[in-house]
Design a protein around this ligand. Sequence first.
Ligand code: 5RP
Length: 229
Amino acid sequence: MSVTNPKELAGRAAAELVRDGMRVGLGTGSTVHFTLLRLAERIRAERLRITGVPTSDDTERKARELGIPLVELGSVERLDLTIDGADEIDGRFDMIKGGGGALLREKVVASISAREAIVVGEDKVVERLGVRFKLPVEVVPFAAPVVERALTSLGAKPALRKRADGATFVSDNHNWILDCAFAEGIADAERLDRALKSVPGVVETGLFLGLAHVLFVGCNDGRVVVREK
Ligand code: 5RP
């Protein structure tokens, strides 16, 4: 049966980048889930030996269930490759991430990766960041009201992320997330990122700038388009 889910196409294709002995950052989300499934198949079929570092509790649980060997972040200095998803990616490979709330760990893992592969369905490829998707900003709960006012003065319309049951969403790092809308999208991502990070109480932003090296786009017609930076 042929695969027609763009996320599955991209997620599985990127798993072929993994070579024996690699230390691999394991991203978070529904697209990376297919990467994990393919990696588990390869571990069984090819006796592939890899060491994974998960970017979230969710990925850690899934990887363990699939039999993918994991190590703590602290036991590796560098990773050969990380495979992660994105909420939006533009022509410069700049991204918005954090739809799943894992932005902080995802950015730390990306920062020690020799190569960052991004897996998306074609609907995630955009001309300008922030037009369709809100920018997640992880904040210390104590500081949230102060940060909210500061972000508003920077032109954002922040909203505290809630879970489906109405409770406040809490990240794996015990922080909160403000999802920030921008009326015209994000014109200058570098400048915005610097401004957001200068606000006391902001832990990390979902702007991933200059971190991606290769992009796997799953298309609705069944193709996977691979682009190198
Ligand atoms: C989680 C993320 C995810 O990678 C992003 O939200 C994409 O998720 P999905 O593959 O489910 O669309 O950044 O923090």
